[in-house]
Design a protein around this ligand. Structure first.
Ligand SMILES: Cc1cc2nc3c(=O)[nH]c(=O)nc-3n(C[C@H](O)[C@H](O)[C@H](O)COP(=O)(O)OP(=O)(O)OC[C@H]3O[C@@H](n4cnc5c(N)ncnc54)[C@H](O)[C@@H]3O)c2cc1C
Length: 307
């Protein structure tokens, strides 16, 4: 690490205090379970902690990454030379209003837990999320979805902390510019929580739908170390169909391979490397482009890579 960076980290540590952990294994915080360390990691339990992160970022001129469940991240083997923030206690509550179908949920809450709790509260419309291993914050940023729905269909508004200004803002659904696996939320913005509008589970079908979603996932998706679907679907064919058609299931570079079970999942071996995962992603995209002219885009967020 250069002098400049280590000086910046020392400045940031001083501002963030002893709860900021240096040299933390960031790869281990992701579902890929490969990749390097973060220079600093802080669990931000409240807004005061976030103000400190802002101060540290400005004073030390370090980049900040907010991480949820790490289920859509690939961390470079060289790691991330900045401050990684996870949401803590103040961002983990959930409030249900059964009569109106409104749910107020913290950004840290896990989607599968929330999906099950919504059903237990007699609410419908969030069952699809039981198989998405992300947090509310990460799911809003990515407009996570599946089984015919997504965050855009459920979110009314979100509460954001603006790292740039230190402001907390409420942003309505229509201003979040949701797209397929994307939103207007930038790296400088931290989602603290969301208000959802759900329906009434009138026919008591919620528990059955949860079971169906879980069964479908078990039957169709691989386990192991991955971040779910890698490529956004192009218009006519799914990415999985396209990659499978080119015979790339099982295609391997070093410690990473295209899943033999689902062609849009790229698996890392235990103890593998992020460079290998990245190389498989690039090689698949190149091959698809060369043979079909279709430019695949990844939905995985790459962290700490040079390019
Ligand atoms: C087995 C498996 C199955 C999956 N299936 C699906 C699926 O069906 N549909 C789908 O859409 N995705 C799926 N995914 C991908 C992933 O679960 C989703 O994208 C999820 O929403 C990411 O949430 P996260 O908390 O893990 O975000 P992370 O991976 O931690 O972060 C993803 C991005 O969101 C940002 N972020 C995280 N938290 C916040 C916050 N509080 N505020 C602002 N930005 C934040 C990060 O900086 C990063 O840019 C799957 C992943 C796996 C491993």
């Amino acid at each position: 690490m250069s002098h400049g960076v280590s000086d910046s980290i020392a400045v940031a540590r001083q501002i963030l205090g002893p709860r900021a952990q240096p040299d933390v294994d960031l790869g281990a915080m992701t579902t890929y379970r490969v990749g390097g360390h973060a220079a600093l990691h802080l669990i931000a339990n409240n807004q005061e902690d976030l103000w400190k992160v802002r101060e540290a970022k400005n004073e030390a001129e370090l980049p900040v990454l907010v991480i949820g469940k790490g289920s859509n991240l690939l961390v470079a083997d060289e790691g991330f030379k900045g401050i990684v923030v996870s949401l803590g206690s103040d961002f983990s509550s959930t409030k249900f209003d059964q009569s109106s179908g409104k749910v107020e949920v913290g950004g840290k809450v896990a989607l599968p837990t929330l999906a099950r709790r919504c059903v237990a509260e007699g609410l419908s419309g969030f069952e699809w999320a039981v198989g998405v291993p992300g947090s509310v914050g990460g799911a809003v940023r990515m407009n996570a979805g599946g089984h015919g729905s997504d965050m855009q269909a459920c979110v009314q508004a979100v509460e954001l902390f603006e790292l740039r200004t230190g402001e907390v803002k409420t942003v309505a659904n229509e201003d979040l510019e949701f797209g397929y696996r994307s939103s207007a939320v930038r790296q400088e913005e931290i989602i603290l929580g969301a208000s959802l509008q759900l329906g009434d589970d009138r026919d008591n079908s919620g528990a059955r739908v949860l079971d169906e979603v879980v069964r479908w996932r078990r039957e169709n998706q691989p386990g192991g170390q991955n971040a779910g679907s890698v490529f956004v679907n192009p218009s006519n064919e799914t990415s999985a169909e396209l990659i499978d058609r080119l015979g790339l299931k099982g295609f391997r570079i070093g410690s990473a391979q295209v899943s033999p079970k689902h062609a849009n999942f790229i698996q890392a071996d235990v103890g593998g490397s992020a460079d290998d995962v990245d190389a498989v992603i690039a090689a698949v995209a190149r091959r698809v482009y060369a043979e079909t002219g279709i430019g695949l885009k990844t939905e995985i967020q790459r962290v700490g890579f040079e390019d």
